[in-house]
Design a protein around this ligand. Sequence first.
Ligand SMILES: *Cc1c(COP(=O)(O)O)cnc(C)c1O
Length: 441
Amino acid sequence: MEPQPTEARRYAAGMNDWIERDATRVWHGFTQMATFPLQEPVIVDRAEGRELIDNEGRRYFDAISSLWVTTLGHHVPDLDAALTDQLGKVAHTTLLGNGNRAVIELCEALARVVPLNDPHFLFASDGASAVEQALKCALQYWRNIGLEEKSGFLALRDAYHGDTIGALSLGDGFHSEHFDRLRFPVLRAAGYATPGWAEQACSMIASNAERLAAVVIEPLVQAAGGMQIARPDEVRMLAECCRENGVLLICDEVATGFGRTGSLFASRRCGIQPDLLVLGKGITGGYLPMSATVVSGRVYLAFMGEDLGPRTFYHGHSYGGNALAAAVATRHLELLVEWNVLANVEARSKELAQLLDERIAPLRAVTGVRLCGLLGGVELAPWISARAVCSEAVRRGVLLRSLGQVVPLVPPLTTTSEELERVVSVLEQAIAAVGENGADG
Ligand SMILES: *Cc1c(COP(=O)(O)O)cnc(C)c1O
């Protein structure tokens, strides 16, 4: 029999009042609500550092950085202070036609570090919205310079760029077929999991250059696509191919940006300069919803024209450039440097790689281990439930959330050696516990 929401709620009633109240009214993203209470949900009350604390005082190490957004940890005194300082001035004012000091300061700070020539910043609130902005910018760029026929996009297999319609059109998988009638067609090249993907993409770009507006990639790591990792020289080859063929390159660094892969931006690590860069997730250290589409001076200049004229970019979000988020984002950028966070990512990444190599990769249930900086995942064999493994880990105090058959490991960038040890031990125990119970947990 199909589980009914009411039944799930009745089950929840016996265990935890907050889970029942949650299941009664909250609709969680990417979650089957009929079975939600059975999936070991953690109802967070507060957090300290890298640990979440639930309503009953239990502690969980946040090994997914709250879906890859948290960088320095939770409840960071310096970020809290930046937020309350800004709150003492103003929380939000519109960026449509008017400015805000907090936003100007953030843009100046970002301009010094993003891998683009003469960068300009257009803000939104979610990664997906910033992807939409990038698509519209790329399309109108060609229109503004009189090459309207360049209107297509090339994206990769296993790509994930968010859940709004344009982002969903670029994406591949994640049950997006439900929305096929809304999605626009894109040229699809192989993803990072396919050897020779870059050569294949390049030949598609070369033969479709006159109708391509842009190529969209997640540089270095296809994160939601199962933590598939590319070689930097392959990404560079693709970038060069875009340049040679007069096609814009959009780098979606929503997941890889702000130190996640060990450099501030993965594009830098690959030695490339995109024409458009998409930022989100870690931009505020995981504090507030903020995203940005960054465009190079060349793209930006194509939008200059007369007041109210056709070259204007007719797009803007109500909360784009929120002052609270901007103040936190600026302080966050400083802290990444002051705390030498990139060095920690490098050192912890090596340790994590070794721990996984020694204790996880040899397990019969494990078919692959992938890691780039502190962005990684453990792929499990089809016979073991990745979902059940994550539930077992949560019971042992480490918050994990499966992604198909992959268990993503995305700890905060300030994670310590001891915490990595804890994550890997718990993962090992969780795999053993589910493995003993057989195929379904
Ligand atoms: C998460 C993600 C997005 C979407 O960001 P949202 O803030 O969830 O809309 C886009 N691109 C990549 C690469 C992502 O990982």
